[in-house]
Design a protein around this ligand. Sequence first.
Ligand SMILES: CC(C)(COP(=O)(O)OP(=O)(O)OC[C@H]1O[C@@H](n2cnc3c(N)ncnc32)[C@H](O)[C@@H]1OP(=O)(O)O)[C@@H](O)C(=O)NCCC(=O)NCCS
Length: 173
Amino acid sequence: MKIVAFDPRRHHRAGFACGHDGLDEYLRRYASQSLRNHLARVYVAEDGDARVLGYYTLSAASLGHDEFPEPMARRLPKYPVPAVLIGRMASDRQARESGLRIGSRLLIHALKQAIRAADTIGVQCVIVDSKPEAVAFYRRFGFIPLTEDGLKLYLPIATVKTLDHQHETVEPA
Ligand SMILES: CC(C)(COP(=O)(O)OP(=O)(O)OC[C@H]1O[C@@H](n2cnc3c(N)ncnc32)[C@H](O)[C@@H]1OP(=O)(O)O)[C@@H](O)C(=O)NCCC(=O)NCCS
């Protein structure tokens, strides 16, 4: 399995099924449009036949000062803070059973891309819009809920860099 930039002409995704129709449909119908319109970068985990086993999207985003929990907010300026957004992430349900740890590897890849972006432009944190049933997955990696429903989570880039430095690769807790 390899993680590469999504190539709509090369990657087979018709059979992709993660358990969420919206996430499947996005990959089939809208991912290439997002690329064309510069709304997201899309990365896929592919097998040897260019079949998509998982994917995630990455975009620039910003977070309002009042979206941070109080102790964190006190250390931040009162204007929007730059962030990298993991907008979507999914692994194929059948492929999950292979034990390839597709989701973890995609997330580690995404965090490394965020570090790369942060070397070039200001990035204060990585944020993620989660489905309710995936919140626990992100929390394993240290993501902290921003909202009461817990569906928007963040990880300070300083923490991501520490993890990367300590372990050379970011591993789940
Ligand atoms: C969430 C998702 C991306 C995780 O991918 P995955 O391929 O199952 O992840 P991994 O195989 O790397 O799992 C790593 C660990 O996290 C655990 N895990 C996986 N999904 C989890 C979830 N939803 N909640 C809590 N833990 C989860 C696994 O059991 C595994 O545990 P282990 O280390 O004890 O073995 C995948 O389940 C998925 O596509 N779900 C449907 C779509 C979705 O909810 N996407 C996320 C929000 S946009």
